[in-house]
Design a protein around this ligand. Structure first.
Ligand code: MSP
Length: 500
C-alpha cells in the first residue's frame, strides 16, 4: 500500500468561493477518491488563508475584529465543501495555534541557518497582491492599489538557492506540471532571482503571525500560508506523522500562484533541509465565455446555484470533464447542458435505463445468467478488464478529463452493443442469447460505474445499489445472476433547453 498526500491552495477567507475554487477542491477530492479506491492511504488537505491586509480592511469595514470576521466567513467554505461531497482529511485555518506556532518555528530555523537578514527597502507595494512589486511590474500598469513604501524589513535569501532550484527542476521532469509551466518557470529563473521580503511592520499591518525574533513585525502572508503544507502533517510537532506524509505527492494550484509555489516555497524547503513535493500541478483558469471571472464584472459563477439546479454530481462531472490538463476552460450554460445531455443523459443514464428496463420487463427483474459467451462478449470483457488500468495510469498523470473520456467510450461501446444485439428482440426468439446480452451490458455498466464513482459519488452509489453490487470490484464477473434489481427513477433526465 502506498500513500497519497494531496493539497489544494488555502483560499483567501474574504472571497466567496466560486467555481474556480470549487474546481481545484473537487479535483483534489477526485484524485483522493481514485487513490483510496486503488488501496492507497490518502491525506487530503485544504483550508483557508486568513491573515493579511485585505482581511483586516474588510473586517474594519464591518466594524468587526479580523478574527471574528474570519470566523463569520468560514462556514461559506465548509458548507460548500459539504454540498460538493468533498472528503478532506484536514481543514487548516492559518489563525489556528497549531499552524501559527509552526510558522514561528520555521522562521526561527531559517533565521538560524543564516537565511534571513534585515534591510531598508523602498519600493512599490501592491495591497491587492500583498507584496512588493518590481519597477517593471509597476510600469506595466497591471497592478491595482499600489503605493510607494520605505521601511525596514526582514528578507529571506531566496537568491542563494537559485542555481540549486534550476538544477532540481531540470533533473525532475515531473516536478512542475504541465510541461509549458515548467518552461515558464525555467525562463523566469534565467534572470537573477531577488530575495524575498517576508515581514510587515506591525505599525502598518498587524494582522498576521508575529516574527519570533522581532515582536514589532508580523510575517508576510505567503510565508505564513505556504507553511500549512508542512505544519498540518506534523512538521515540528509530530515526527512520525510527518515522516509518513511528507513530501506531498502533489500541490494542486491555479496558474496564477505558480511562482509562489515553485520558487518561494521550494527555496523555503531548501533552507529547512526538507525534500520537495513530488509535483506542483498548475491548472488553467475557468473563464466565463471568453472573459475572466471577477466580482467587478459581476460574472462570478456561484457553485451553489448550479448544484441547486442540476445536482452535485452533474456539477462535479462537468468541471472534471470540461477542463483539459493545464489549459483554460470556458464555462457557459450551453456547454454545461450539452455535456450533461450527451454524456450523462444519453450515454450513461440511457445505458442504465435500458438495462434495468429490459431486465424488469423480460427477465423477471433479476440479473440473468451470462451463459456461454461469443466473441462480442469476449471483446467487451477484455475492454472492461483493461479500463481500470488505463484509468489508473491517466489519474497518476492527473489526466482526469481523459480518464472520463476513456470510460465514456466504453459506455458508448456498450450502448452500441445493445443496439446491435437488440436483446428486446432476442427475448422473443432466443432467451439464452437475451440473457447473455443483458448480463454483459449490466456487468459492463457496473465496471464503468465504479470508474466514475470518484467523480460522481452519489449517483454511482445509486447505480451500484440498483444492481445490488455495492461492494464489488472492477473485475469482470462479480455481478451475481439472480440478484433482484431495484426500481428507480431516471437518474439523469435530459435537461430541456427551454426549462434551463
Ligand atoms: N491564499 C492564496 C493561496 C495560498 S496557498 C498556500 C490564494 N487564494 S485565492 O483564494 O485567491 O486563490 C486560490 C486558488 O483559486 C488559486 O489557485 C487560483 O488559481 C484559483 N482560482 C481563482 N480564480 C480562478 C478561476 N477563475 N479559475 C480557476 N481557478 C482560479 O491565492
Amino acid at each position: 500500500m502506498s500513500k497519497f498526500f494531496v493539497t489544494t491552495p488555502i483560499y483567501y477567507v474574504n472571497d466567496a468561493p466560486h467555481i474556480g475554487h470549487a474546481y481545484t477542491t473537487i479535483l483534489a477530492d477526485v484524485l483522493g477518491r481514485y487513490h483510496r479506491a486503488a488501496g492507497d492511504e490518502v491525506f487530503f488537505l485544504t483550508g483557508l488563508d486568513e491573515h493579511g491586509q485585505k482581511v483586516k480592511q474588510a473586517a474594519e469595514k464591518r466594524g468587526a475584529t479580523p478574527q471574528a470576521h474570519c470566523d463569520d466567513l468560514v462556514p461559506r467554505f465548509l458548507n460548500l465543501w459539504k454540498r460538493l461531497d468533498i472528503r478532506y482529511d484536514d481543514f487548516v485555518r492559518t489563525t489556528q495555534e497549531r499552524h501559527k506556532k509552526i510558522v514561528q518555528l520555521v522562521l526561527q530555523k531559517v533565521h538560524e541557518n543564516g537565511d534571513i537578514y534585515t534591510d531598508e527597502y523602498e519600493g512599490w507595494y501592491s495591497v491587492a497582491e500583498e507584496r512588493f512589486i518590481t519597477e517593471a511590474e509597476y510600469e506595466s500598469g497591471q497592478f491595482r492599489d499600489v503605493k510607494k513604501l520605505k521601511e525596514k524589513n526582514y528578507f529571506f535569501k531566496m537568491s542563494k538557492y537559485q542555481h540549486r532550484l534550476i538544477e532540481y527542476i531540470e533533473q525532475h521532469p515531473d516536478f512542475i506540471r504541465p510541461e509549458h509551466r515548467k518552461n515558464e518557470m525555467l525562463g523566469f529563473l534565467r534572470q537573477p532571482l531577488g530575495d524575498l521580503c517576508i515581514s510587515r511592520p506591525k505599525a502598518r499591518m498587524d494582522w498576521g503571525i508575529e516574527i519570533p525574533f522581532d515582536r514589532d513585525y508580523v510575517t508576510y502572508v505567503w510565508f505564513d500560508a505556504l507553511v500549512n503544507y508542512i505544519s498540518i502533517p506534523g512538521y515540528g510537532s509530530d515526527e512520525e506523522k510527518f515522516k509518513k506524509w511528507w513530501p506531498a505527492d502533489v500541490h494542486l494550484i491555479g496558474k496564477d500562484i505558480l511562482t509562489t509555489h515553485s520558487i518561494y516555497w521550494t527555496t523555503m524547503l531548501f533552507s529547512l533541509g526538507l525534500p520537495l513535493p513530488g509535483t506542483i500541478f498548475a491548472h488553467g483558469w475557468w473563464l466565463i465565455g471568453e472573459t475572466k471571472m471577477s466580482k467587478s464584472l459581476g460574472n462570478v459563477v456561484n457553485p451553489l446555484d448550479l448544484i441547486n439546479t442540476y445536482g452535485v454530481d452533474a456539477v462535479r462531472y462537468y468541471l472534471m470533464r470540461e477542463m483539459v490538463l493545464g489549459l483554460d476552460a470556458n464555462f457557459t450554460p450551453d456547454s454545461f447542458i450539452k455535456c450533461f445531455n450527451s454524456d450523462l443523459a444519453n450515454d450513461f443514464g440511457n445505458l442504465l435505463n435500458r438495462v434495468s428496463g429490459l431486465i424488469q420487463k423480460n427477465h423477471g427483474g433479476k440479473i440473468p445468467e451470462p451463459g456461454a459467451v461469443t466473441e462480442h462478449e469476449s471483446l467487451i470483457q477484455m475492454n472492461a478488464n483493461v479500463l481500470p488500468g488505463s484509468v489508473k495510469l491517466l489519474i497518476s498523470q492527473f489526466k482526469v478529463q481523459e480518464a472520463l473520456m476513456e470510460t465514456l467510450l466504453f459506455v458508448q461501446s456498450l450502448n452500441k452493443y445493445m443496439e446491435i444485439q437488440a436483446p428486446w428482440k432476442l427475448a422473443k426468439t432466443d432467451m439464452k442469447a437475451a440473457n447473455r446480452v443483458l448480463y454483459t451490458a449490466a456487468e459492463g455498466l457496473r465496471i464503468a460505474t465504479i470508474m466514475l464513482a470518484p467523480v460522481m459519488p452519489e449517483k454511482t452509489a445509486a447505480v451500484l445499489s440498483i444492481l445490488g453490487a455495492e461492494d464489488t470490484k472492477p473485475v469482470w464477473g462479480q455481478l451475481r445472476p439472480g440478484t433482484p434489481l431495484k426500481s428507480h427513477p431516471p437518474l439523469f433526465p435530459r435537461i430541456e433547453v427551454e426549462k434551463a
